[in-house]
Design a protein around this ligand. Sequence first.
Ligand code: AMP
Length: 186
Amino acid sequence: MTLSAEDKKIILESIRDIPDFPKPGIVFKDISTLLNNPEAFNTLMNHLEARYKEFGLDYIAGIDARGFIFGAALADRLKVGFVPVRKKGKLPYTTVAQKYSLEYGVDEVEIHIDAFGENGCRCGDTPSKVLLIDDLIATGGTAKAAANLINKVGATCIEACFIMELTFLKGREGFDMPVYSVLQVD
Ligand code: AMP
C-alpha cells in the first residue's frame, strides 16, 4: 500500500529538525511534533495499518523508547500483541540480550525470553511472525540487534519498519529481512 505524495508531505512536515542535539553535528528528528499533530499521527497510523493488516502478524516489537509509541498504537489497530525491546536492565523477568556497537563503545538491548510465546511460538511449534518497529533508522545497529533478539528467542522477524530513514547512513544494508521506511531523508 503506497502512501500518496500529499500524505507523505503531511507526515514529513510534522517532524521537527533540531540541529546540534544531543551533540554538535547531529540533526535530531523530533517526532514529538508528529505525535501532537492529530492529522499527521492519524495519517501515519492509517498508512501503517493498511500496509500491515494482511501480513498475518502475531506480534509487533517496538524499540525503546519511541518505537513503543508507534508499535503499541499499531498493535492495537491490528489486534495483535505488543512486545517492548528494552535497553539493558529494565525488564523484570528472564531476558535474552544482544550487544551492539555504537560510535564509541557498546550498548545492549533485551527482550523477555517468552515474549512471543514458549520458544518464540504463540501457537504450537510455528514461530510467531513479528514486525519490528522504531521511529528512525540511522546506522541500523540498534534495529539489527533487536531483530537478532527476536530470532534468537525462536520467533521470526518478518520485516523491520521505520517512520524515517537517514539514507546516507546506509543502515538498511546487512539486514536478514526486508526493511521498510515511510519517509526517506538524505
Ligand atoms: P541507529 O542504531 O544508529 O540506527 O540509531 C537508531 C536509534 O537512535 C533510534 O532509536 C533513533 O530513535 C535514534 N536516533 C539516531 N539518530 C537519530 C536522529 N538523527 N534523530 C532522532 N533519533 C535518532
